[in-house]
Design a protein around this ligand. Sequence first.
Ligand code: HEM
Ligand SMILES: Nc1nc2c(c(=O)[nH]1)N[C@H]1C(S)=C(S)[C@@H](COP(=O)(O)O)O[C@H]1N2
Ligand SMILES: [Mo]
Length: 902
Amino acid sequence: MGASRPESLNMPVKARPSKGHILPPSPPDTDREYSSSEPSDTEAKALPSNRGKPSTRKLPSYPLPPEARSDNTVLIEDFKTPDSHVIRDPRLVRLTGIHPFNVEAPLSDLYDEGFLTTKDLHYVRNHGAVPKVEDSEIMDWDFKIEGMVENPIHMSLAQLIQEYEQVTYPVTLVCAGNRRKEQNVVRKTKGFSWGAAGLSTALWTGVAISDLIRASMPRRGARYVCFEGADKLPNGYYGTSIKLSWAMDAERGVMLAHKMNGETLPPDHGKPLRVVIPGQIGGRSVKWLKRIIVTKEPSDNWYHIYDNRVLPTMVDPEMSANLPETWKDERYAIYDLNTNSAICYPAHDEELLLDEPERSYKIRGYAYAGGGKRITRVEITLDKGKTWILANVSYPEDQYRLAPEGETLFGGRIDVSWRESSFCWCFWDLDIPVSQLQVTDDIMVRAMDEAMMVQPRDMYWSVLGMMNNPWFRVVIHREDHNLRFEHPTQPALMPGGWMERVKKAGGNLSNGYWGEQLAGEAGAPTPIEPTKEICMTNDKVNRIITLEEFKSHDGETEPWFVVNGEVYDGKDFLDGHPGGPTSITGAAGQDASEEFLAIHSENAKAMLIHYHIGTLDKTSLALLADSESAPPKDAPPREVFLQHKAWTKAILSVKKSVSPDTKIFTFDLEHAEQAVGLPVGQHLTIRLRDPVTREAILRAYTPISSRGAKGKLDVLIKIYRDTPAQKGGRMTQALDALPLGHFVDFKGPHGKFEYLGRGLCAVSGRERKVRRFVMVCGGSGITPILAVLRAVMADCEDSTSCVVLDGNRTEEDILCRAELDAMLADNKDRYRLNYVLSRPSPSWTGRRGRIDKNLIAEEVGPRTSTDGEGDMILVCGPKPLEENVLSIFTEMGWKKDDMLFF
Ligand code: HEM
Ligand SMILES: Nc1nc2c(c(=O)[nH]1)N[C@H]1C(S)=C(S)[C@@H](COP(=O)(O)O)O[C@H]1N2
Ligand SMILES: [Mo]
């Protein structure tokens, strides 16, 4: 078998210059060498390590992949799943619980990577477990081409690479479910909630499938090509089909890829071999490819029939269960993508300060079209579609068209210059004066393709929730000193977005006016479409189950779980479950109400009847609710978040690194107006389950959000990572591994100390007057200290003075430094701040060493208290520091009562 070059290569080279005039948002590193002559595999692999070396060759004018992270590892939430061999990036937002792995990057992170997405942030859509393929087995991976062919082929990946011509080009993959969360808010579909980041772009290297199929010599009458993966799912191996004529059309660029961004395919993306179909929904690009079958009819694979279709809009989840012919109707199968676009900046919840109204703000986002078509315009409206403004469009993909003839990248010829098709997303942007944004209620974007198909205003809802492409709308809120932007939704179960807000307020999202009241309709709000009640209980079941009995079925053989107080046994559905058995066993012994109801369609809910085995008795349910912190149903919104007796959930929304081992975790409270409810000087308890053992881990923390903060809670946490020598912190590592959008439980407040203000404290309920606080801390021990210090400094009538001794290793270990320093400016007379570093850089001019007797004698001096009034020492830090401080102060004549250890 020889490698045949596609005939169309002989076509004249038509380089198409970029029509836009803007660079991609973050141009990739250009200091990497690339290969403009014949490259070897090793040369291509060595590319990243050549960074920084002066390059002798001219740099390519097209984007190269940004550097991927080298320190990602297997995440602890994957340990207990069949994917425990897969390395993943913790920034990815999980859309279907822990397993299977369906994820998208936070939209801004995706956009910030630029035209090409790293493997770290590339979205993943796995219907089940990831097949395990060792590196040593890659080249032996075998696959077949069979069916209606004269010359069936059975070959290895090594042969595919040796015997066929290799090509490289960028392709944007888009899941048909991209933007589905918006549909789910209107009415729950049978699919989980993708945000607008269910798409990614990579450089794929492999063989044109037309070369291979031609070699197998399809017989007369053959019309389809089916693909099958190696992932065994509840309904067989994943598989689908496309038309044979498309596969044979070199212009369409269907590829068998074995490299992504120049590296072996990552396990999540089909290691070691997959199909890549430009311009079509991601669902046709079969991963872990094992079989190519040439047929007369479209694939009869379960996933080809029951996934990736747009059924007519009137088919609801219940009806759809009994319509086998409708499902099989090929007219409803999705192939080419439809035209779509989204706004990435302003980001959701981004705030724009109104300090300089003369300025302008650059709104930016992406767009794509299907079937190789090009986006020919992107338009923005600031007045709900009455008028439109043209945005600038850039097509970074065009830069590859300019590559010199025959140039190779990652071992494949850059095969784009002759093509007319567009395989990738494009970027658009538009400057708008801030003064104009200030008087605007919302920004909407729509794109048009070269067939003049333009995105519609209204959503086309369908039972699987796919191809959602109405105008993307970002709402603008005017606040005191800034504008705040609100996207339609947040992915997964994450709350937020105008759609949910409008729906909760009684707006009808499908009124053609984004749920807002229409002019002249003032007064009565549009009636809400009642959400359909689904019966999930079996009348004949009347067994009462105790918590003890329920908890004894938390294993894998009889996985009992609770939804709305009813007990279900998932045992008989483990094999049939579309979400795979692990999502059911993972819920065993737990109240799964929230997750179950959020993920499943009406149809799936109705199926619960068959697994209903009883009702949890009332006390047990309350106990379970307490241990699981299920939110009480239909309770009115609470003003204060923390509760003494009950756990309350908050959702992790942001993780921000503030030093090499410290992060601020931001949690969204139950609603934007909710106060945390934490008196100054007190702490709260965080409870988390160990992702591996499921045991509860509890720790006390003092948040660093300011006292008046509402709706959010910031906790600064130092992460103690496992080292070969020492086990790290269970809680801090579990928190670090927690995916965004997941819950953590909180309870509180606790603590025997409280600062009441103006020198008045309460210690174990007894009031006490303080003239001076001596605050000694190390590392993240600054957090309770900071809370008290802030309260003192924020009140200019408070005459209490504070001496802070903050011990750390290096400058970058000093936490909250900006705030500690800033308070100094206005309070020089009553606030002394000392950083003490044990391993400072040579340029450090502050104190060196440790917090010792000399330092304390110099900075604090003798005890000045008369009994019950005067000095108070607040200490928080690692044990050795606390013990040391205790002995120094005791030696200096201070009393136990003067000291408080947090
Ligand atoms: C016997 C009880 C259950 C039944 C009958 C059931 C049924 C279904 C059905 C029909 C689907 C396909 C999508 C849909 O129609 O909504 C599905 C998907 C799914 N289910 Fe369940 N389910 C059960 C229990 C659970 C539990 C306890 C969990 C975890 C809390 C879970 C997690 C999932 C996930 C993550 C998916 C999405 C899979 C994907 O599309 O990749 N299921 N389930
Ligand atoms: N074998 C196999 N191939 C598959 C899938 C799968 O679950 N198994 N998911 C499909 C879907 S629906 C999409 S959108 C793309 C996602 O590709 P990615 O995970 O590499 O982004 O893979 C497709 N190919
Ligand atoms: Mo998909």
